[in-house]
Write a protein that binds this ligand. Structure first.
Ligand SMILES: [Zn+2]
Length: 349
């Protein structure tokens, strides 16, 4: 039985899977109405590849243009996107933002966040749960609980935190600092394994930014190179007839960066990140804010707080968007995109 069919039977129109409101069909007296399947444009999707490009300043896309970043531009052309998404409000550093992406939580533990405020290989706290002081689920635990397979491909060793935090829910963890080798591992994995969720972290722009300055020419070359690796991964999906019709790709970043650093969370260049989604049923060439005009607000230049009732698209929306595309319920205890209302296609007329 595939993940899709298991989920279809388990989750169709439960409290976890929010069903679109529609007029009830006329049912003869004395008969129960037939179960309403959750119908959405993305129903073909049963696999999500989430990609985070570490330290991607969205200005790099304009600077390099389509010519030097063809695959990033192609993701935008073929899917729904914005270059004005937000990081976590509190911090614009790697591990806190990535942990937000997979838990759907803010950072600050005292207000329900995941509590991962550090950005190194420390072993204490050993897990996200001990950082948060409570049980913390993730996109990995949700996919695994529904019977799907998951994998993590990361290019920094600190991501081992996730494997310690959700040891039974991440089936394969590959940490490889060489981004080219890592992208090839992802390509092999796409070919050899059936999985519902993969998370891929590519570090090249961040490394070049720290060594030579964010938005420097060496940094821009690193973005160009990571675009090529994105091409390896996306190409592996699109060239495979088994994958192309049922795989969605989500791409975002943990933070931007300008000059020597990205650690000041008050700087636009640090807290502004891209958010792109492509795959079957996803509206091609759409702007995410235009698609989600009722539920999400383009923040302009602002660093929106969590108190605003209408939020900007955030990198932390990733976990629940992936689950939504897989027709699964939101991560328990999460906050970003908790209502699964970040749409990537237009509602049926
Ligand atoms: Zn960095």
């Amino acid at each position: 039985m595939t993940l899709r069919s298991v989920l279809a039977s388990l989750l169709a129109c439960t409290a976890l899977a929010v069903c679109p409101a529609s007029a009830p069909a006329a049912v003869p007296d004395g008969e129960l109405p037939p179960p309403t399947p959750r119908v959405s444009a993305d129903d073909a999707i049963d696999s999500v590849v989430a990609i985070s490009v570490d330290g991607l300043n969205t200005d790099a896309l304009a600077k390099l243009g389509r010519e030097r970043t063809p695959h990033l531009h192609d993701l935008m052309d073929s899917g729904a996107s914005t270059l004005n998404a937000r990081t976590e409000r509190e911090l614009t550093i790697t591990l806190p933002n990535h942990t937000g992406m997979v838990t759907g939580r803010r950072v600050e533990a005292s207000t329900g966040g995941h509590g991962v405020t550090w950005n190194d290989d420390r072993r204490r706290p050993a897990t996200v749960q001990s950082a948060a002081g409570q049980r913390v689920e993730s996109v990995f635990t949700q996919v695994k609980a529904a019977g799907g397979s998951t994998a993590l491909f990361a290019s920094k060793t600190k991501f081992s935190l996730w494997k310690r935090s959700w040891p039974r829910s991440i089936d394969t963890t590959r940490i490889q600092l060489d981004n080219t080798r890592l992208a090839r591992s992802v390509r092999r994995d796409l070919r050899d394994h059936e999985r519902a969720f993969r998370f891929v972290h590519l570090s090249l722009p961040d490394s070049a930014g720290h060594d030579h300055g964010f938005m420097s020419s060496r940094y821009l070359r690193a973005v160009e190179k990571v675009d090529g690796l994105l091409g390896v991964i996306v190409g592996a999906v699109r060239s495979d007839p088994e994958l192309v019709g049922r795989t969605a790709i989500i791409l975002t970043s943990d933070h931007g960066g300008l000059g020597a650093s990205h650690s000041d969370p008050r700087r636009l260049a640090n807290y502004r990140v891209p958010f792109m989604v492509a795959g079957p049923g996803v509206e091609a060439g759409a702007d995410l804010y235009e698609l989600n005009a009722d539920d999400y607000l383009d923040p302009g230049m602002r660093r929106t707080t969590y108190r605003q009732s209408v939020q900007p698209v955030r990198n932390g929306d990733l976990a629940n968007l992936a689950l939504d595309l897989l027709d699964l319920g939101a991560v328990p205890g999460s906050e970003h995109n908790l209502r699964l209302d970040l749409d990537v296609s237009r509602p049926p007329a």
